[in-house]
Design a protein around this ligand. Sequence first.
Ligand code: SAM
Length: 220
Amino acid sequence: MDYEKLRKELVEKLIKAGTLKSKEIIDAFLSIPREEFCLPAYKDKAYIDVPLPIGWGQTISQPTTVAIMTEALKPKEDSRILEVGTGSGYQAAILAFIAKNGFVYTIERIPQLAKFAERNLRKVGIKNVKVFIGDGSLGLKEYAPFDRIIVTCCCPKIPPPLLEQLAKGGIMVLPVGDHPMYQRMTVIEKRDEGDLRMYEIGFFSFVPLIGIYGFKSDSF
Ligand code: SAM
């Protein structure tokens, strides 16, 4: 299968749709092989614009969703980024590629997926990511503050520890809501004075954030 050709075609479609805009994010999409983050049975579907199963009832997000969230997050070359919900490691790889001189801390509650992500990141040669196992709704206090925080599972409410761990001048992107079919993608900017500006960029469907500041179980 000519994955490179399929990757280029998908990126062109996302650019045409107005979903991918920034040069550095387009470069990351062209450089990170999504097929390496898929289970063997789904590799041939890596460049169809859909979420795919990665085991343990979880998914690698749809490319359109990754593109929209990454554009809203506005990562920089030197950003220190926290991701909650490592899954396959694909979103972390995209962020780490952009934040070449920064670092990505990513946290996953399912140990087997954390290992899967570590293997995938190693395969594609990404080094500036560290995968943690735990409840990401608590953030990672010992490494805070973060310039950017992205949550790739759905939060019933904005977890207070994540707001606290966002640096002044930082941006957080997360799906919020308790409806199983759709949640509001929310962008929070913490201004230099510490006050918050919040806005929404559409409806999305995510698996739940399960934890102290999340849902109590897999069912909403
Ligand atoms: N970003 C991932 C990728 O690129 O493949 C996709 C993430 S998947 C849609 C959501 C992930 O969030 C799942 O792997 C799930 O186990 C994880 N998750 C749910 N609750 C969590 C929590 N409290 N802390 C950390 N991870 C959590």
